[in-house]
Each structure stands twice: as C-alpha cells, then as structure tokens.
Write a protein that binds this ligand. Structure first.
Ligand code: CP
Length: 333
C-alpha cells in the first residue's frame, strides 16, 4: 500500500536511537509530528501494533511525565513494559557499573528508554554496541530530545493557527540557564535546526551572563538568530510572543532551583497573546494562577507526551503500516 509522503520518512527511523535532537532530520521531525497528530486526532485505530515487543524504561532519576508517558504510549500500542523506577532495586544499587548494566539491555527489551543524572551515560551505554533503539529520556544537563519534540509540536500548532494577532515569526524569551537545563538545550537546538522560520529573535533572561555553552552559541549563530541577554525581566517580558521558563538546573551533580529571582505570575505584564512553555515539574518560577489563562501552553506540552512517544515507538520499531493505512483511508473519505 502506498503511504503518504509525510509519513514515509518514519520508515527511515526504524531501528535507530534518539539520543540528541540532531539524530532526526527536519523531514523526520515533520513525520513524527504528522503521525502524532494523526494518533491524537483519534482517526487512527491503534491497539496492538507493538504486541510482542518489550519497552524497558530505566529511570535513574525521578520523573512523572516522561516515564509515565513512555509507558502509557507503549501500553496503548500493546507492548509489554518493564520498568526501573528506583535504581536501588537493581544491581547498580550494590555497585554494578553502568556499562555492565548496558550490556544486558539488548537481551531484555526491544526499545530502551533511559534517564540519568550524568550526561555521559547515554554514550557509555551505546559504547558497548547496543543493538536496540535507545531513547534518551534526559541525561543530566545534556539533552531531553523527546521533550523538545513535544515542545515544538505545540508551539508550531500555536504559531500556525489562523489568527490575525499571531506573528509570522515570534520573539522568544528564554528564562533560565540553558547550559545547565537539558529541556531548554534540546528546545533551542531543535529550534535552530528545524524551526528557524518561526523565530524572529531570542532574548535570554538569566542571572548568569554566560548562560549559553559553546554548542548552543554555535547553533544560534549558524541559524542566524538574533540574540540578546537581559537581567531585568520586567523590562523585556512584554515584548515576547512566547516564553520558555525553567529553574531546575544541574549543579555539581544535584538539581537545584536557579535563576530563582525570576517568576511568572498573573501580575506579570505579558503580551495579551503571549504563551508560556515549561517542561514541568515547576517550582516557584511559574505560578499556578496562570494555569487558567490563555498564556498556558505548558499543560499542552505534557498532554502531547503520549502521542509523540507513540509515534516514536512505532517508528523505531518499524511499525508504521497501521498509521499509513488509516491515513490512506482518511484521505479517501
Ligand atoms: N518534562 C519532564 O521531563 O518531566 P518529568 O521530569 O516529570 O519526566
């Protein structure tokens, strides 16, 4: 059966890992979004496309959204799920090395999802020739690529919605310390690589003047995105069309609240149409009195976590026929 051109790129993802946002081409990102939107629309009757597969989620760090949404995505596709939510329950708790742990994974699962506080762990696991697709669910300050997919999907939907008040390209405010915040790092790297056309400029609001690392600075320069740095949030917040905020940062191996002097709440002089993104979990930097306002895009980021991860699991397992068939059927209607 011929499949749509937009979904065809998913075939190229079969068997591959997603460790950084650069592991997907722009065409592949578009295909994942297309598949996720089809799944979320409910027009695709998915049930057991991954029956007989096993998805392993190994979380060496706390998580609500990422682990549960990967597991929900797997369960909704009929896969079995085995899970490490508490590292002390594994032999690592009695001293086993990460590399020995990594060597076992190929035998136990078809897709491996890992979160760890050390940025180098993903490379360490891969170094031993892991044959199964590995999903980076957050590695220290490094990256959180599947989160960035959720972020840009909802932001792209918001930007492309018919609305006279919506700008063609947004002024984006980043409140945080990107070089120590993996969700913001992946968001920026994916934005530079794939969504340049949606960005007019970026302002980094940070207590640290040196809030970017070399990779981020190079990506922004290569994309030709005008950037500015600002310490006074009130002076610039009214200019932003979209604001990405976080305060959880990795310092000396521990997560701490940083940039804590910055806070968005109902009294912040945001532009009327502006939207706020946050990967959650939030701290004091994002007040719940914004939850029931038009500014709230952060709950949508979390809502899209399941269909985006369903699309990714189908793609890495090479199981996109059901999507393609449903797409063809809906196109014929
Ligand atoms: N966005 C995110 O990574 O949330 P969790 O830490 O709850 O997984």
């Amino acid at each position: 059966m011929p499949i749509s051109e937009q979904l065809r790129a998913l075939e190229k993802i079969a068997g591959r890992s997603l460790c950084t946002v650069s592991d997907l081409s722009g065409e592949e990102v578009d295909a994942v979004f297309h598949a996720a939107r089809l799944i979320a629309s409910g027009t695709v009757p998915l049930a057991d496309e991954l029956r007989g597969r096993v998805v392993l989620t190994a979380f060496f760090e706390p998580s609500t959204r990422t682990r549960l949404s990967f597991e929900s995505a797997a369960a909704r596709l009929g896969a079995g799920v085995i899970s490490i939510a508490d590292v002390s329950s594994t032999a690592i708790g009695k001293g086993e090395s990460i590399s020995d742990f990594g060597r076992m994974l190929d035998s136990y699962a078809d897709v491996i999802v890992v979160r760890h506080a050390q940025a180098g762990v993903i490379d360490e696991i891969r170094a031993h020739g892991l044959g199964k697709p590995l999903m980076n669910a957050g590695n220290g300050w490094g990256e959180h690529p599947t989160q960035a997919l959720c972020d840009w999907l909802v932001l792209e939907d918001w930007m492309r919605r018919e609305d006279a008040a919506r700008p063609a390209a947004m002024r984006l405010g980043i409140i945080g310390i990107p070089r120590r915040m993996r969700s913001i790092r992946s968001f920026l790297l994916l934005g530079c690589a794939r969504f340049r056309d949606l960005i007019r400029d970026m302002t980094f609001v940070s207590s640290e003047p040196d809030c970017l690392d070399r990779e981020l600075a190079a990506a922004l320069a290569e994309a030709g995105i005008p950037i500015a740095f600002e310490r006074d949030l009130d002076r610039v917040v009214g200019e932003f069309d979209a604001v990405y905020i976080n305060s959880l940062a990795l310092r000396d191996g521990h997560y701490v609240a940083e940039n804590a002097e910055y806070r968005l709440d109902g009294g912040t002089p945001l532009k009327r149409e502006a939207v706020i993104l946050h990967p959650l979990a939030r701290g004091a930097e994002l007040s719940s009195d914004l939850d029931n306002t038009r500014h709230n895009l952060y709950f949508k980021q979390a809502e899209w976590a399941v269909p985006v991860r369903q699309a990714l699991l189908l793609a890495v397992c090479g199981q996109i026929d059901a999507l393609a068939e449903a797409y063809s059927a809906s196109s014929r209607r």
